[in-house]
Design a protein around this ligand. Structure first.
Ligand code: PEP
Length: 251
């Protein structure tokens, strides 16, 4: 039985005051960690405060990216050691916005995934196709390539403990989500890729989220799919009431 995981991706939203206000409203209302794993992925600046504010309330805190080196002359970057040191538990890697806007390659994503494990962070590895690839029927091939490259060099146990987020790029922030059947088919395909690259045990254990315009109104459709174990949520994770509804629907 795979435990559902809902992760909010705040992207570059909120001030510190708004972040603290959010956690004040949700803490105490979050379903138990036995029912659903809850993660908030916030801008770097808020992470330390959020970890301390929510650690007693079944909420884990994640970063939205990181560098793969422990330290060095990388102006503006944040290291996995620094994240781990303040109690961050998860990190989104290879989000399509990082790939598109900051030229993050499959090779860099792989280095970051390996590094995250070295520092005890759980990666949420994002994969997904463009609209053009989707229209040309290239989704499965593209996603297979991204998954294979991102997870290169991992042990079977590491694969079992990570999270993959299938996010069609055309569905992110557009209000136009994939159909549940369409998302289920690709998530099932990702599981097959994991089975052929690693093992049936790894494929059965790895958790796969759907992401792309998930809202309280449509989350149940995705959560009812056998190969979908949760959601990575952008816009609808920003409002406390909406975030709590997403959690309730997944618990
Ligand atoms: C995301 O940020 O990964 C995402 C899926 O955003 P949204 O839910 O707003 O589409």
């Amino acid at each position: 039985m795979r435990k559902p995981i809902i992760a909010g991706n705040w992207k570059m939203h909120k001030t510190m005051e708004e972040a603290v206000d959010f956690t004040e409203k949700v803490k105490g209302m979050v379903p138990s960690s036995a029912q659903v794993e809850t993660v908030i992925c916030a801008p770097f600046l808020f992470l330390d405060r959020l970890v301390n504010d929510v650690k007693r309330y079944n909420v884990k805190v994640g970063a939205q990216t990181m560098h793969y080196e422990e330290q060095g002359a990388y102006t503006g970057e944040v290291s996995p050691a620094a994240l781990k040191g303040i109690g961050v538990s998860h990190v989104i890697l290879g989000h399509s916005e990082r790939r598109e806007l900051y030229n993050e390659t499959d090779e860099a994503v792989n280095k970051k995934v390996l590094s995250a494990f070295q520092y005890g962070l759980t990666p949420i590895v994002c994969v997904g196709e463009t609209l053009e690839q989707w229209e040309n029927g290239e989704t499965n091939e593209h996603v297979k390539s991204q998954v294979t490259k991102a997870l290169q060099g991992l042990s079977e146990d590491q694969v079992k403990s990570l999270v993959i987020a299938y996010e069609p790029i055309w569905a992110i922030g557009t209000g136009k989500s994939s159909t549940a059947d369409g998302a289920e088919e690709v998530c099932g395909h990702i599981r097959q890729v994991i089975e052929s690259n690693f093992s049936k045990g790894a494929a059965d254990a790895v958790r796969i989220q759907y992401g792309g315009s998930v809202k309280p109104e449509n989350i149940r459709e995705f959560m009812n799919c056998p190969n979908i174990d949760g959601a990575l949520v952008g816009g609808a994770s920003l409002d406390p009431d909406s975030f709590l509804k997403l959690l309730e629907a997944s618990a």
